[in-house]
Write a protein that binds this ligand. Structure first.
Ligand SMILES: C[S@@+](CC[C@H](N)C(=O)[O-])C[C@H]1O[C@@H](n2cnc3c(N)ncnc32)[C@H](O)[C@@H]1O
Length: 253
């Protein structure tokens, strides 16, 4: 006789397994806690590298003046600002994030920097984007996908936002391929980053989550397969900094 599995669905939260419903509130706690020190920590942890990875994403976006861009999990708005420059006055960028603290800091930062008029800010979940389908030339998610509970739902929701010919860009941490670099990276990740988080942001646990969540994120080939299964075509990826970060790109036709 077949028995039905009545256990609740689970998700990774770093190295822990939690009930699916518990993950989003736990992730929200992480970003609420680190929001104020988020930009400084990014510069320190990556030694400025995140700026180059984001510049590379912009170069691969091929976004032009007048276009519409959706920046999912926009956080403090690094990519929103870059895209706002690319699309110019006639274009539009929508910055969406589930966390009001992160997005609020981003908005203040951009407005203080004179970026006004072509950016809209929205609170929402990547898994169920509260926007009309097929209106964006480019959708991106940078360092956000490993934080969502159901990656497939997020990929499908983001793909549905694209106009025919539009592209989805996913920038995310991964693991270096070269053995020696991978060992150095592991040492740095598990020994230096949580301590830095404790000193700079007063929060070791959130930076331990960051390091662990990277290890639980799908490898580049698996993510490519997931993007294809979500209805995207011509999916490819670039390894950056020896594979520490990967940029995936896929199109909707
Ligand atoms: C590491 S930050 C990245 C911020 C920004 N994209 C960047 O590259 O600096 C991750 C962001 O994902 C957001 N986030 C987490 N889960 C989300 C979800 N389900 N939907 C939308 N945003 C989410 C967090 O609130 C946080 O602002």
């Amino acid at each position: 006789m077949e028995t039905q599995d009545t256990r609740p669905a689970t998700a990774d939260f770093g190295f822990a397994r939690v009930a699916q419903d518990e993950k989003a509130p736990l992730v929200a706690d992480v970003f609420r806690s680190v929001a104020r020190r988020y930009d400084l920590m990014n510069d320190l942890m990556s030694m400025g590298g995140h700026r180059l990875w984001k510049d590379f994403l912009i170069s691969r976006s091929a976004v032009r003046p007048g276009q519409q861009v959706l920046d999912v999990a926009a956080g403090t708005g690094d990519l929103t600002r870059r895209f706002a420059d690319e699309v110019g006055e006639r274009g539009r960028v929508v910055a969406i994030d589930i966390n009001p603290e992160m997005l609020g800091l981003g908005r203040t930062r951009l407005v203080d920097g004179g970026v006004v008029g072509n950016v809209d800010y929205l609170i929402g979940d990547a898994e169920n984007l509260p926007l009309r389908d097929r209106q964006f030339d480019c959708v991106c998610i940078a360092f956000g996908l490993r934080n969502v509970t159901r990656i497939t739902s997020a990929l499908e929701s983001m793909a549905s936002m694209l106009r025919p010919g539009g592209r989805l860009l996913v920038l995310e941490f991964s693991r270096p391929q070269a053995d020696f670099l991978a060992r150095c990276y592991d040492f740095y990740s598990f020994n230096v980053i949580p301590r830095l988080g404790k000193i700079v942001a007063g929060d070791e646990a959130s930076y331990r989550y960051l390091v662990e969540s990277i290890r639980r994120h799908p490898d580049p080939q698996t993510l490519k397969d997931m993007m294809q299964a979500s209805g995207l075509d011509d999916v490819g990826y670039h390894n950056l900094s020896g594979g520490i970060v990967v940029l995936h790109c896929g199109f909707r036709y």
